[in-house]
Design a protein around this ligand. Structure first.
Ligand SMILES: NC(=O)c1ccc[n+]([C@@H]2O[C@H](COP(=O)([O-])OP(=O)(O)OC[C@H]3O[C@@H](n4cnc5c(N)ncnc54)[C@H](OP(=O)(O)O)[C@@H]3O)[C@@H](O)[C@H]2O)c1
Length: 264
C-alpha cells in the first residue's frame, strides 16, 4: 500500500501526479497545497477517498513542519515517496538576461530570490520535514522536479539567455539532490531530480503574450530538437515521470534524469 506526498499539488504537474497516483485504490496520496480550498484539487479529493489534502507552504518552515506532522498522523508515521514539485518565479524579471542584473543589493536579491525560495530553501525544508517519515517508509524515495533550463547544453544549444534566476535555482536544486543522495545512501534513501519535459500547464484561454512567448520558445527548442511539435500534456509528462520514480534505485540516486528526450 504505497504512500505518496506531493508539494504544489493545487494545479499543473503536481495535481496530475495526485490524479494518476489516486487511480490505484491501494495508494494513499497526500496533496500538499497552499490553499486547501483550491477548486481543482478539492474536486479531485471529493471523488477519491485515497486523496488527503494538507495545507503546506514550502517557503515557510513552520507550515511545512506542521504539514509533515499531519501527514505522519494520517500515514502512521511512514511515507514511501516524497515529490517536491512546487515552484514560483518572478515574472517581472523572468525575460531579462544576466547583463540586466542591477547594481543594487536589494534589487539583486529580489531578482534571484523567488525561485530560490521554492527550489532550494523550500526543497531543503520540505525534504527535511518529511525525512523522518521517509526513513520509516518501505520505498524510501525522494524526487524533486527540476528543469532542463538548468542544463548548459539546453541554454547554449537553444540560446536561452532569460529565466536566469529560475535556471540557477533549478541547477542549485540538482546539486542539493546529489548532496542528499550522498548523505542518505547509508539509510537506503534514494533521491532524484526529474526534468518533466516542456509541459502545457496553463489553465483557461491563453493571452496573446503567452501564445507569442510559446512560439519563440518552440523555435529556440527546435535548434536542439528539429522535429519538436510543441508542449506535451501534463498527463504524458507525469506518466513518464512516474516511470522514472518507479525505476529509481541506489545506482541512479542523486542524478538528474530527463523524463523525455527533450525537456523544457
Ligand atoms: N511546465 C513546464 O513546462 C515545466 C518545465 C520544466 C520544469 N517544470 C517544473 O515542474 C514543476 C511543476 O510545474 P507546473 O508547470 O505544473 O507549475 P505551475 O502550474 O506553475 O504550478 C506550480 C505549483 O507550485 C505551487 N506553489 C508555488 N509556490 C508555492 C509555495 N511557496 N508553497 C507550496 N506550493 C507552491 C503552486 O501553488 P498555488 O496554486 O498555491 O500557487 C502550484 O501548485 C515545477 O517545479 C516547474 O519548475 C515545469
Amino acid at each position: 500500500m504505497p504512500s505518496y506526498a506531493i508539494t504544489g499539488a493545487s494545479k499543473g504537474i503536481g495535481r496530475e501526479f495526485v490524479r494518476q497516483l489516486a487511480q490505484s485504490p491501494s495508494n494513499t496520496v497526500l496533496a500538499l497545497v497552499r490553499d486547501p480550498e483550491s477548486p481543482g484539487i478539492k474536486a479531485l479529493a471529493q471523488s477519491h477517498s485515497n486523496i488527503h489534502i494538507i495545507k503546506a507552504d514550502t517557503t515557510d518552515p513552520q507550515s511545512i513542519l506542521a504539514a509533515a506532522e499531519q501527514a505522519s498522523s494520517i500515514l502512521g508515521g511512514k511515507l514511501d515517496v516524497f515529490i517536491h514539485n512546487s515552484n514560483s518565479v518572478d515574472l517581472s524579471t523572468f525575460s531579462l538576461p544576466p547583463s540586466k542584473v542591477p547594481f543594487d543589493v536589494e534589487a539583486t536579491r529580489k531578482f534571484y530570490e523567488e525561485p530560490l525560495k521554492t527550489a532550494v530553501y523550500g526543497g531543503a525544508w520540505a525534504t527535511n520535514a518529511f525525512l523522518p517519515l521517509i526513513e520509516k517508509g518501505d520505498l524510501k524515495k525522494i524526487a524533486h522536479i527540476t528543469s532542463s533550463m538548468a542544463q548548459p547544453e539546453v541554454i547554449l544549444g537553444a540560446g536561452v539567455d532569460y529565466a536566469v534566476a529560475y535556471s540557477i535555482a533549478k541547477a542549485g536544486l540538482n546539486v542539493q539532490v546529489a548532496k542528499y543522495a550522498a548523505e542518505l545512501a547509508p539509510k537506503g534513501i534514494k533521491t532524484v531530480a526529474i526534468c518533466p519535459g516542456w509541459v502545457d500547464t496553463h489553465e483557461g484561454p491563453k493571452p496573446p503574450q503567452l501564445v507569442e512567448a510559446t512560439e519563440v520558445m518552440l523555435n529556440q527548442f527546435r535548434k536542439i530538437e528539429p522535429d519538436l511539435k510543441g508542449q506535451i500534456t501534463a498527463e504524458e509528462s507525469v506518466s513518464q515521470q512516474l516511470r522514472v520514480i518507479d525505476a529509481l534505485d541506489a545506482a541512479r540516486s542523486g542524478t538528474t534524469i530527463r523524463a523525455r528526450f527533450f525537456e523544457g
